[in-house]
Ligand binder design. Structure first.
Ligand code: 5AD
Ligand code: SF4
Length: 437
């Protein structure tokens, strides 16, 4: 989400006559995009703000701004306390950044913009393309904000309520990207499964999913090969969406489905309106229709009051869900949220231990499951040379498994090629182009 927003801001500044540089030292305008979801992310941003002081000392005319969640929630305070900061643009003010920069160039004064605008704020669909370079993958934001108010989460406060974009405008953006050579699109939103049902309580009526309808339209776009999305809320993942994911050929068979906890009492205190059983039923239904489908998840360990029994319930659900990837977060209270009023009573060492156990469980099971894939052939979207060994290439299956292979002559980034798996680990499949291909 933040990467998409940074790209929009860069594209808008380029359209206003500026140039992009990947090198901090060359920049005359530097904008730090910030996240507030966890305390650690905020701490990192504050550290970076400090480092920026040195850059500005070397180049006093440099324009220095922040955008994103921290700009929204703490922009005014940061502008006051950080002398070298010129502007803060809130989460719905990305389209105003070029104007802010122009104003500062004309008249040096600090500016804060934190108003909310419509979801289709100009610029939400702008993309930066490297000149002469083909880009095979792109992010598309389909909605802004979140209205779920999970009791631990700051997002609804900093990003505002759910606002879905108009389907026609999203489809046009995807068509434009496909025409420029994009093969894979990642649809983004805090709660994509509730697309088109802004601010309504789950569950949606059976057979109704505006998000599934949107996927169907995007699936018809010529030139696109793969559609992915993140993140859907399990309580909105109904029969219609399950069917769409299973049946639409371009929709990747990998689903990120945030669990948060496998214990019903904890889920209740988290204000997550589903039980572990209901969550598992979504996974079971998808697996019954698409046996190869893979899942990933987000889990919070050490939520206030999480007992050993609660934690073991999470372990059990995770074992059945059999994830390919899990982002485990140690609970940290966020000011202004409901759970911040409760005692953060799980000691740090226990949070760390629970974190480690969940990752170990997952890796062990995954290694075993991946072993069974040896000998199979998968269509792999080639992403380019592997980081570890540049003689090999790396790519992804449609189930998002990482594949390392010897590149066939003439292969280009974004090509989809068959790879036969020879060897596997928990995180990677190693293979080669099958004979005769
Ligand atoms: N503490 C720890 N993890 C959190 N997340 C959100 N808020 C918190 C918090 N206060 C995690 C959730 C969410 C992911 C993006 O961040 O798991 O899905
Ligand atoms: Fe936060 Fe819950 Fe919304 Fe996700 S669904 S962004 S965890 S409030």
């Amino acid at each position: 989400m933040n990467e998409r927003d940074s790209d929009s801001a860069a594209a808008l500044l380029i359209a206003a006559g500026h140039q992009f540089t990947a090198n901090e030292d060359d920049a005359d305008i530097f904008i730090l995009n910030t996240c507030s979801v966890r305390e650690q992310a905020e701490r990192k941003a504050i550290g970076k703000l400090g480092i920026m002081k040195r850059l500005k000392e070397k180049k006093p005319d440099m324009i220095f701004g922040i955008m994103g969640c921290m700009a929204q929630s703490r922009g005014e305070e940061l502008l006051q306390s950080i002398k070298h900061l010129d502007f803060a643009a809130g989460t719905d003010q990305i389209h105003m950044i070029p104007e802010l920069v122009e104003d500062i160039l004309k008249e040096r004064k600090k500016s804060y913009l934190g108003d909310r605008t419509s979801p289709d704020s100009p610029g939400i669909d702008s993309h930066r393309f490297e000149p002469g370079e083909k880009q095979y993958s792109a992010f598309v934001s389909i909605m802004r904000g979140c209205s779920r108010f999970c009791s631990y989460c700051i997002v609804p406060f900093v990003r505002g309520p759910e606002r879905s974009r108009d389907a026609a405008s999203i489809v046009n953006e995807c068509k434009m990207l496909a025409e420029r050579g994009v093969k894979e699109i990642m649809l983004l939103g805090q709660n994509v499964a509730a697309y088109g049902m802004d601010n309504t309580a789950p569950p949606p009526p059976p057979g109704v999913s505006p998000f599934a309808d949107l996927l169907t339209q995007i699936n018809d776009i010529e030139g696109l090969c793969r559609i992915r999305f993140t993140s859907p809320h399990p309580a909105f993942f109904n029969d219609r969406l399950i069917q769409a994911v299973a049946e639409l050929p371009k929709v990747c068979k990998c689903v990120h489905l945030p669990l948060q906890s496998g214990s019903d009492p904890v889920l209740k205190r988290m204000n997550r309106p589903y039980t572990a059983e209901q969550y598992l039923n979504v996974i079971r239904s998808l697996r019954a229709l698409v046996p190869d489908i893979t899942f990933s998840t987000d889990v919070i360990v050490g939520f206030p009051g999480e007992t050993e029994e609660d934690f073991n319930a999470t372990r059990r659900v995770m074992a059945e869900a059999a994830y390919d990837n899990a982002y485990i977060f140690k609970y940290s209270p966020r000011k202004g949220t409901k759970s911040a009023k409760w005692e953060d009573d799980v000691p740090q060492e226990i949070k760390e231990e629970r974190n480690r156990i969940l990752l170990e469980d997952m890796e062990q099971a995954l290694e075993k499951r991946n072993r069974a894939l040896s000998g199979r052939v998968f269509d792999v979207l080639a992403e380019g040379p592997s980081k570890r060994n540049p003689n090999r290439w790396q790519g992804r299956t449609d189930t998002f498994k990482n594949v390392v292979f010897l590149p066939p002559p003439g292969v280009k980034e974004g090509d989809i090629i068959p790879v036969k798996i020879a060897r596997t680990t928990a995180m990677t499949l190693y293979g080669e182009i099958p004979d005769g291909m």
